[in-house]
Design a protein around this ligand. Structure first.
Ligand code: C2E
Ligand code: MG
Ligand code: MG
Ligand code: MG
Length: 279
């Protein structure tokens, strides 16, 4: 009995594993075709000044409309695109589309674009950014690039990466560290790496209304950022209470369902004209 049960488990395990690998391969093949088939869209989520609630910018977020699966969330395919290298091509499409859309906002808001580590490391990334801005006529200060802690921390190409960040900032592009606080316990890289903003991860924001010590930690992170002349964008603000505590902690900017969910480019354009931007 026990032996059979054991065999059954092994068999089921292998079947599941096999199915998962197959699904991953199918997804990867579908992903390869998706760019040429035009299956990706960008949605835009407002980033506001927390006190007065003025619009400052939008984060561009990619959506995949698979012909039979429907909407596939980015967390289900960005990792696969990274591993296969397709993220370089997808990321280029995202950057160009986001820059072209930001031009329609008439200088009233910036666009914030997620850049994966592999995309940043690909040859010619800095050139690509400068060409995209020039071709569409978007001033560099209307573009923010969101990078990850892992890009600026690890490894042998660190000096080259820092020099490229410096080149981008020299051209007027701002750099944000996305999901700040999730990856690493060391904050010491912050004074070394040339960045402008940190995006405080939603997992911190989620805890501030229920835990005094978490709120103190968040206040500490914001204070540290300010000491280093970095501005802070809080991610995933869902309640008015979250916003009030973040305002009290001197956090400048915020993003979350409290203000708006990610929306189509057309709706973003309506937001630009409806919500007063900075003068
Ligand atoms: P992220 O860059 O940290 O983006 C913020 C995510 O939080 C988005 O999820 C957004 O829809 C969600 N969000 C915003 N406000 C709230 C809120 O109040 N509550 C909750 N529960 N969620 C909120 P999304 O669009 O599913 O994207 C997930 C992740 O996928 C992004 O996290 C980013 O890491 C990655 N991603 C999305 N688009 C791109 C892209 O174009 N390129 C790359 N490389 N990565 C992307
Ligand atoms: Mg982001
Ligand atoms: Mg983020
Ligand atoms: Mg996040």
């Amino acid at each position: 009995m026990a032996k059979n049960g054991g065999k059954g488990r092994v068999c089921r395990y292998e079947t599941t594993l096999h199915t998962r690998i197959l699904e991953r391969l199918q997804l990867q093949a579908a992903l390869d075709r998706a760019i040429t088939n035009g299956e990706f869209r960008l949605v835009y989520q407002p980033i506001v000044a927390l006190g007065p609630g003025q619009l400052r910018g939008f984060e561009a977020l990619v959506r995949w409309h698979h012909p039979s699966r429907g909407m596939v969330p980015p967390l289900d395919f960005i990792g696969i695109a990274e591993e296969s290298g397709l993220i370089v091509q997808l990321g280029e499409w995202v950057l160009r589309t986001a820059v072209a859309t930001a031009v329609t906002w008439g200088g009233a808001a910036y666009v914030s674009v997620n850049v994966s580590p592999r995309q940043f490391r690909a040859p010619g990334f800095v050139d690509l950014v400068q060409r995209a801005l020039a071709e569409h006529g978007l001033p560099a200060d209307r573009l923010v690039l969101e990078i990850t802690e892992s890009l600026v921390l690890a490894g042998r190409d660190q000096e080259r990466i820092e020099a490229e960040l410096e080149a981008l900032r020299g051209a007027g592009v701002r750099i944000a560290i996305d999901d700040f606080g999730t990856g690493y316990s060391s904050l010491s890289y912050l004074h070394r790496v040339p960045v402008d903003l940190i995006k405080l991860d939603k997992s911190f924001v989620d805890t501030i209304t229920t835990s005094v010590s978490q709120y103190e930690l968040v206040k500490g992170i914001i204070g540290l950022a300010h000491a280093l002349r970095l501005a802070v964008v809080a991610e995933g603000i869902e309640t008015a209470a979250d916003r009030e505590l973040l305002v009290a902690a001197q956090c400048e900017y915020g993003q979350g369902y409290l203000f708006a969910r990610p929306m189509s480019a057309e709706d973003a354009l309506t937001w630009v004209s409806a919500v007063p931007a900075r003068t």
